[in-house]
Design a protein around this ligand. Structure first.
Ligand code: BGC
Length: 781
């Protein structure tokens, strides 16, 4: 296993601090310091608005769900290939503030940077930069830049600049502006795509500047969406005011203040940046909304937002924080990961969470299965309201999934897209895209998990059951009972999660998730029939579900086929896996090993017996109650040998299974590979955005791995251990409205009911009841 010891930032429990400005690391740091509230996303770029090249940095401002499309160019087109792309669009930038001291422009690359420190404060939800700077002509200033993307109001981002003159009197001129002359960096951030939103994509509707408001509104060229941005200001301090001027030219709107300042005098500029779009309201309401919001925010003031931000973070950490004793670096890593996934999640039921969150343009901002299988389980246990919103997004795009199923030849049912923003399929290489039918089973799994853990049966009735039944229908249509396989139900020509084995027959993971998906649908129907008979009648009538259909589903559940290797007694990845050529890493030059698709034809890759990422192993972890420990061990050992972990979604899952089968050292090593993967940029691609799935996977590796939490047998089960690398760890989960704290030390585990009615759990197989009266229990490890 590769060991990574290089730490980029100082180890601190709640902060990520950059204590030196270094151009080389700029692009990467823009992702580290990216902020979001699930709606607005902004990269950690500087207020000075430097004209960095495409290799040095990317100014990035996004609205979740706001995309531009382009005609996809195929060399050879086939029926059913998506025609239109969707790319998260890089939007106008309202952050800039230029500072002039007697006409000398503040620029960290010139003069002398006497002090520099930038901190992501994860307790407050802010990024703060402190700078002491001496201009080329000797003027010394102290600057403090503070920034937050508000959790209290999704349309608002707030900035404060405090400027102090340290050694001389001078004229201070400050320019704040919106720059709408922006474009995506597609060729750098998504080099494999040969289409995309190249060049400027927004046609201006209105751009204006006044003392009250800087405003820009524009419409995308192809997707027809309109976005609107406004900036309101408040400028105050002890310096003496000289003048204010507003200016607008083309796609640029500016407001500038001139002050006369003496040594030790201070000036403060607060900015309230408002973003919205026609996805939320009719186009003709945008301007009124932005103006109103701007007025409201300037009246509320900077401190109001700062307080609200802190409150939000406190409530989040109260449940979600994981405390690790004895390893401060991993402690910092896990908090960084939790912070980023929390801020990336769409919260309006209309948007989801991209593989890169809203932190960059990587993967064109698309939502994948990463959300349901990695991130959502974390929220189900720690922030169920967020989890519900992400599921609502899938419910609201069910009609597109129904239409897609038809395109793929299924008369009924819904097939969710492999990658998307607006609910339609946007993957262009179908062997690694649309063929990943397992996305249906993944989404169904997430709905079921949410209902099981929260007990929210109302949601099952309102949205869940429909998604479960419609996804099940595609499974019932895609395969058949094959005589050559003893009349078992087989699913051919799909790709499992593993992207080095494509278009295979009977992918173990897919068949397992498909079977469980159908089982969930059947269970949901029986539950509704029993508890809501009237609703049930109406539901089956509306969806035309017949007894004949559900009987067929039952036959599939009872007769699902799984590939099995008698000699090794393992479940191969798929029917053909054991026939493939054994992989020999030594034949691949080191520099090409991690970039197989860039250096080898896909067919070369698909013919080898090896695997890019956790696949069958993931299915076994999710449904570990269906396998014996011996089986899990054999399969783990087998996949351990053939898996290359070339995806960031892999190591955390192996770590969880390693924990389960008692391979504690390996579990810890895998966890260490995941916990600081982004913070220390192991893959050298953090510049393009976070790896949300892996970030979430580190929480799973602790809670489902080390603590052994499972709910798949219908009860809350723990099987904890403390890895050698830690002294102990503690976390909280929300189970059916009760908050449970689990705290592990080397020799004992303590479970405490923090709030709620009571919880039944099983610790190392022993059943325990916690209630208000007996709120705590202690067990030996
Ligand atoms: C992985 C997929 C994942 C995607 C986005 C790919 O490299 O193989 O499983 O969904 O990245 O994170």
């Amino acid at each position: 296993m590769e060991l990574h010891n290089k730490k980029i930032y100082p180890i601190e429990p709640w902060n990520i601090t950059e204590d030196r400005f270094c151009m080389e690391n700029n692009y990467r740091n823009e992702t580290t310091f990216a902020l979001s509230n699930g709606y607005i996303g902004t990269r950690g770029t500087f207020e000075e608005d430097y004209d960095f090249s495409v290799d040095e940095g990317l100014e990035g401002n996004f609205i979740n769900g706001f995309y531009e499309s382009e005609d996809i160019r195929y060399g050879e087109w086939n029926f059913g290939f998506p025609l239109k792309s969707q790319s998260l669009l890089n939007l106008p930038n309202g952050k800039p503030v230029k500072i002039y001291l007697d006409n000398e422009l503040f620029d960290m690359r010139q003069g002398c940077l006497d002090f520099y420190q930038r901190t992501l404060n994860m307790k407050n939800g802010t990024v703060v930069r402190s700078v002491d700077w001496t201009s080329p002509k000797g003027k010394k200033i102290r600057l403090l830049f503070e920034r937050m993307v508000s959790f209290a109001d999704k349309n608002v981002m707030v900035q404060r600049l405090s400027l102090l003159l340290l050694n001389q009197d001078c004229e201070v001129r400050i320019c704040s502006y919106i720059d709408a002359d922006v474009e995506n960096h597609t060729r750098k951030t998504n080099p494999l795509v040969d289409y995309g939103p190249f060049g400027k994509r927004i046609t201006q509707n209105r751009c204006s500047a006044s003392e009250e408001l800087l405003y820009f509104e524009g419409k995308t060229k192809k997707s027809g969406l309109t976005a609107a941005f406004g900036v309101g200001h408040s400028c105050h301090g002890s310096m003496s005011f000289q003048s204010i001027s507003a200016m607008q030219k083309d796609a640029y709107a500016e407001l500038a203040w001139t002050y006369r300042g003496q040594r030790s005098e201070k000036l403060i500029l607060d900015k309230f940046i408002i973003c919205t779009s026609s996805l939320d309201m009719p186009e003709d309401s945008l301007a009124g909304f932005v103006e109103g919001k701007c007025r409201e925010c300037t009246a509320l003031g900077y401190d109001y937002f700062k307080e609200k931000q802190k409150d939000y973070m406190k409530a989040f950490w109260d449940i979600a924080d994981v405390r690790i004793q004895g390893d401060e670096a991993l402690q910092q890593g896990i908090r960084f990961n939790l912070f980023h996934i929390m801020q990336a999640a769409g919260r309006d039921g209309r948007t989801s969470l991209g593989a890169k969150g809203l932190s960059g343009e990587g993967y064109e901002g698309h939502y994948f299965w990463d959300t349901e299988m990695y991130v959502l389980p974390v929220f189900v246990y720690t922030a169920p309201k967020l989890a519900k919103k992400l599921l609502e997004y899938r419910y609201h795009t069910l009609d597109q999934a129904r239409a897609r199923a038809k395109v793929l030849g299924h008369e009924t049912g819904a097939l969710y897209p492999w990658r998307t923003i607006n609910g339609e399929e946007a993957s262009t290489y179908f062997p690694l895209g649309t063929a990943q039918y397992h996305i249906n089973g993944d989404i169904a799994y997430a709905f079921q998990l949410y209902v099981d853990v929260t007990g929210d049966t109302q949601f099952l009735k309102e949205m869940g059951a429909e998604v479960l039944c419609e996804t099940a229908r595609v499974w019932a249509d895609v395969g058949c009972f094959a005589e050559s396989k003893g009349n078992k139900y087989c699913i051919c020509a799909v790709t499992g999660p593993d992207e080095y084995n494509a278009i295979v027959d009977n992918n173990f993971y897919t068949n397992l998730m498909a079977r469980e998906n159908i089982r969930y649908a059947l269970n949901a129907l029986s539950r509704l029939k029993e508890t809501e008979p009237e609703f049930y009648q109406e539901f089956v009538r509306r969806l035309s579900i017949t007894d004949q259909e559900t009987e067929y589903w039952k036959r599939i559940v009872e007769n699902m086929y799984f590939p099995y290797d008698e000699k090794r007694k393992v479940y191969p990845l798929d029917d053909g896996f054991m026939m493939r050529k054994p992989w020999d890493d030594s034949k691949i030059p080191v520099e090409k090993r991690h970039l197989l698709y860039e250096n080898y034809h896909p067919l070369f890759i698909y013919r080898q017996r090896m695997s890019k990422q956790a696949d069958a192993i993931l299915g076994m972890y999710l449904h570990s109650n269906l396998f014996t420990r011996e089986e899990l061990k054999r399969n783990y050992d087998f996949y351990q040998e053939v898996t290359l972990h070339h995806s960031s979604l892999s190591t955390c899952i192996f770590g969880i299974l390693a924990s389960e089968i008692g391979y504690h050292e390996e579990a810890y090593e895998y966890f260490s590979q995941s916990a600081r993967m982004d913070l220390d940029d192991y893959h050298n691609n953090f510049y393009a955005g976070i790896h949300a799935a892996n970030m979430a996977g580190t929480w799973l590796a602790i809670v489902n791995g080390f603590a052994g939490l499972r709910t798949n047998a219908g009860i809350l089960q723990f099987n904890p251990f403390v890895p050698d690398g830690f002294e102990g760890y503690a976390f909280r989960i929300n189970y059916r409205g009760s908050i449970l704290e689990a705290s592990m030390t080397k020799d004992q585990c303590t479970f405490t009911l923090i709030s709620g009615e009571g919880i039944e759990l099983s610790v190392n197989g022993k059943k325990i009841k916690l209630s208000e009266k007996e709120a705590s229990c202690c067990e030996k490890i």
